[in-house]
Design a protein around this ligand. Structure first.
Ligand code: NAD
Length: 291
């Protein structure tokens, strides 16, 4: 079993979350998710990011169980899908996630997409937190506009906001709002989902050469030093291993500034504020197709 040298970040509810983990979006539930999560755990990962809408919670849970690693040493995040936001549905959805994962509690549960009856879903999540079914609760894909629409009505401040983040898309305005509210940012797509242009950036390649690292490690290290939680995805054991090797070097403040300057200050590949997004998402992921 690999050494785990992953630093934790303290969330606004006092819990310590491993600042680095493993994402399983788009990994099929045909044994591939089981293998990828088992490999990640063997290589020292202790934080897995899944969702109801990834359709692979069951394999995540089985890999965790079979790893033999004590439950309290692994951080598990899952997310409620749009179809389940009405209060009674939301309560049921949390129990379904627990059952699929085969766990007594989930470390972090998120509102996956912020549309519709978000307030009812949030209430069910607050209650599940009180009941010990969830340790921390948070949101995802909230822009400043969406944040201001929903969060002032919440009784509990979210602990995280999981949004698209990479050197081209650094969410500078949103991060100011999050910092004021002591909410930690989680990056989805921390490697730009493998964006070739990003991986070819000359300054990132120069830094990779200097530190004897690869470009993926430079990007993830930058994000870590920015205080952002990352969980890159890969199904290849060599990349699962190398992506985690970012805790034995440090970028200088000039290097951090140079990567900060890559920000394009624009819209990401997914724009949560765009009209029609909710319907597109509902059309793309039907979490009750097999009910
Ligand atoms: P990512 O940025 O982690 O990129 C993954 C892709 O990058 C891989 O499929 C592979 O093609 C490539 N890659 C991985 N390691 C590499 C390396 N070392 N060198 C070169 N290429 C490499 O993208 P992601 O999977 O979309 O995001 C990470 C996680 O974030 C997801 O798995 C999921 O858990 C979460 N996520 C959440 C949301 C949300 O709406 N909340 C959306 C997307 C993803």
């Amino acid at each position: 079993m690999a050494e785990t040298n992953i630093p934790t970040f303290k969330l606004n509810d006092g819990t310590e979350i491993p600042s680095f983990g493993f994402g399983v979006f788009k990994i099929p539930a045909d044994g591939s998710t089981y293998k990828a999560v088992a490999d990640a755990l063997k290589l020292g990962y202790r934080h897995i990011d899944t969702a109801v809408a990834y359709f692979n919670e069951q394999e995540v849970g089985k890999a965790i169980k079979d790893s033999g690693i004590p439950r309290d040493q692994i951080w598990v995040t899952s997310k409620m899908w749009l179809q389940d936001f009405a209060y009674e549905d939301a309560k049921k959805a949390i129990d379904t996630s627990l059952n699929k994962l085969g766990l007594d509690y989930i470390d972090l549960y998120l509102i996956h997409q912020p549309y519709g009856k978000v307030d009812e879903a949030w209430k069910a999540m607050e209650e599940a937190k009180k009941a010990g079914k969830i340790r921390s609760i948070g949101v995802s894909n909230m822009t400043v506009k969406i944040w201001n629409e929903f969060v002032p009505k919440f009784a509990t401040m979210p602990s995280v906001n999981q949004v698209q983040f990479n050197p081209y898309f650094q969410q500078k305005d949103l991060r100011k709002t999050m910092a004021k509210a002591h909410v930690t940012l989680e990056a989805w797509g921390p490697l730009g989902q493998g964006d070739k242009e990003l991986f070819n950036e000359p300054i990132l390649n120069d830094m990779a050469k200097k530190y004897g690292k690869d470009v993926g490690q430079i990007i993830l290290r930058f994000e870590h030093q920015e205080g952002v939680i990352v969980f890159p995805k890969s199904v290849h054991e060599a990349r699962i291993k190398s992506n985690k090797e970012i805790f034995d070097f440090e970028l200088t403040s000039d290097e951090m500034d140079a990567i900060r300057a890559l920000d394009r200050n624009g819209k990401g590949m997914h724009d949560p504020d765009a009209p029609g997004v909710k319907d597109q998402l509902l059309g793309a992921f039907d979490v009750h197709a097999n009910d």
